[in-house]
Write a protein that binds this ligand. Structure first.
Ligand code: SAH
Length: 403
């Protein structure tokens, strides 16, 4: 590297995680910087002995001061580097791209794709760009240019409005970055089913793409069933259930807007159904309260989906989160007819699959029901977990038979 090299030197014995190719350097591991790196600059990371370990981008305002981009041999981090990383990321989704029945999926999943802090989701002909870090913000123009070159979208819309940006000292950024404004609702296909997605105001970048394969798996349990889709958002699981021949679909969510879109999504697909359309009910309310009310009314269901929002954002919140998961799972088990199906999820990264299974076990004991896990579920293949970065795994779920 040139004499302008900016360097971050680690404290003695703090190089271990970098040698294991973990992409984060925490502020506590840093001894000093050399060459006066500015926020967002690419720095060379060295051990206390001066050994070159890798390169990454720097943000002194964050607890994660460096996000590593390379390990071992030095590389030139320029436009060509970013174009290469994006092309590799897109190539890993070739199977999804070739599937005409699915037009919405994640193209870039941050650290797992060697592009820390960057999320790119495809919704039909539009891409939604989301930057989580200062380093990625600094690269916005280069990344967007590379995306246009690699994916030829009709437009690129920015949804950098997630809370984690606060930890990087960043304000939200939202709006069109390139090309045509997306329509108010983009119509996408997922496993052959149609959905309307509002990329401007929808959750995440517009939809929960991570549940695509799990919705398909659940569909197999829904023929002739009465399905309670709790935490339905815009009705994803409900649409699959209806298409698979459910008798009745009840979407339950605290958001009236989400429920309205869920009804539109059901109507959109019902029209294309050969079998009789499912009866549909929408219930706006707090799932904890509504499930208690159903219990008091002795209402029962064949299938219940529980896909609540993230309950735990840090280790400190794990205990309260597990209480929430246990409560809702216990309530759901009591509402299931014998031999019914419970599809239960947790998207809290700090709650492991093992812990989640224990929580569901505890709920089954208290409910007095015998429960078997039939299927173990996780986030879809477009949200891969790089083995050097296990933090990328967050979604876990079980399809259970409840006797
Ligand atoms: N299953 C959905 C995603 C669910 S996201 C899908 O496949 O697309 C979680 C949803 O829970 C959000 O729509 C949010 O509005 C809703 N929610 C959050 N807290 C809730 C509560 N206490 N009761 C009911 N719904 C709630």
């Amino acid at each position: 590297m040139s004499e302008a090299t900016k360097v971050m030197v680690l404290k003695p014995r703090r190089e271990e995680s970098v040698l294991r190719r973990h992409p984060w350097v925490f502020s506590g591991a840093v001894s000093r910087t050399e060459g006066e790196p500015l926020p967002g600059d690419v720095v060379e990371v060295r051990s206390a002995h001066g050994e070159h370990l890798g390169q990454g981008y720097y943000n002194p305002a964050s607890n994660i001061v460096v996000r590593l981009l390379t390990w071992g041999a030095e590389e030139v981090i320029d436009g060509a580097f970013w174009r290469r990383r994006l092309a590799e990321s897109i190539a890993r989704r070739a199977a999804l791209a070739a599937d005409a029945a699915t037009t919405a999926y994640r193209l870039v999943y941050a650290e797992s794709d060697g592009l820390p802090g960057l999320i790119v989701d495809r919704y039909g002909e539009w891409l939604v760009y989301q930057s989580l870090t200062l380093g990625m913000d600094a690269l916005k123009d280069e990344v967007v240019a590379a995306l246009i070159e690699a994916a030829a979208p009709r437009g690129v819309y920015e949804r950098s409005d997630v809370d984690v940006r606060v930890q990087e000292g960043l304000d939200p950024a939202v709006g069109l970055l390139y090309g045509e404004e997306p329509p108010e609702r983009i119509e996408i296909l997922e496993n052959g089913l149609s959905f309307l997605v509002d990329v401007r105001t929808g959750h995440k970048t517009g939809a929960y793409l991570d549940q695509r394969e799990n919705r398909r798996r659940l569909a197999a349990y829904c023929r002739d069933a009465e399905v309670l889709n709790a935490f339905s958002y815009t009705g994803g699981f409900g649409v699959y259930a209806a298409a698979a021949g459910a008798r009745r679909v009840i979407n339950l969510d605290s958001s009236a807007d989400a429920l309205a879109l869920a009804e539109e999504n059901l109507a959109l697909n019902n029209a294309a159904l050969s079998s009789a359309a499912a009866e549909v009910e929408s219930i706006a309310g707090d799932a904890f309260q509504v499930l208690r009310r159903f219990r008091d009314q002795a209402r029962t269901f064949d299938v219940i989906v529980l896909d609540p929002p993230k309950f735990a954002f840090s280790r400190r919140q794990v205990d309260s989160a597990t209480r929430g998961y246990k409560d809702i799972n216990l309530l759901a088990m009591r509402l299931l007819r014998p031999g019914g199906t419970l599809a239960t999820f947790s998207c809290s990264g700090v709650v492991s699959e093992d812990l989640f299974q224990k929580v569901v076990f505890g709920a089954s004991l208290d409910a007095g029901r015998e429960v078997r896990i039939l299927e173990r579920l996780a986030q879809g293949p477009d949200h891969p977990v790089l083995l050097t970065f296990p933090e990328a795994a967050y979604l876990k779920g079980f399809i259970c038979r409840v006797e």
